[in-house]
Design a protein. Structure first.
Length: 151
């Protein structure tokens, strides 16, 4: 369920709060192959199921940057800041990939509001997205996303 903020200033009062989770997403070979085509990264651990089956992970795995890019899909499922003229993706900090995502896995993002502060006519927030792998104790990716909301 999405956490809704009626105005960006409400972010200032909710620092430290867990915001909820996105929907689960299946990571299939087609998505991995499309990412490989888009980035030119066709390493066998990602795109060669036969070779990958005898490799270190036992199957193809998603690119770390594919997993990271899905934070952009998960973030609006987790948080909805209303009362804005625009929102801007400022960047990210502290990206980590604790565990690989094998093909056929389901992943989702969970969000926590790490910080919020007034800045340059808007409110800047940091939301830590932890991308979980269903059935795995270690997350696939942890990233601090930085957004700025202009009322």
């Amino acid at each position: 369920m999405t956490t809704v903020f009626k105005h960006p200033k409400e972010l200032l009062e909710r620092v430290g709060e867990h915001l909820g989770f996105s929907d689960w997403l299946m990571i299939d070979q087609e998505r991995i192959n499309c990412f490989a085509d888009a980035t030119g990264d066709h390493q066998w651990i990602h795109v060669d199921p036969e070779r990958a089956s005898s490799g270190p992970f036992g199957a193809c795995i998603a690119h770390g940057y594919l997993t990271l890019s899905l934070a952009n899909l998960f973030l609006p499922q987790i948080i909805d800041v209303q009362g804005i003229s625009m929102g801007v993706n400022v960047g990210s900090d502290r990206v980590r990939f604790p565990a690989p995502v094998p093909v056929g896995s389901r992943i989702r993002g969970g969000g926590e509001l790490i910080s919020a502060e007034e800045q340059k006519g808007g409110i800047q927030s940091v939301v830590r997205i932890t991308i979980e792998i269903e059935g795995n104790d270690r997350p696939a990716c942890v990233v601090d996303t930085i957004s700025r909301y202009f009322p």
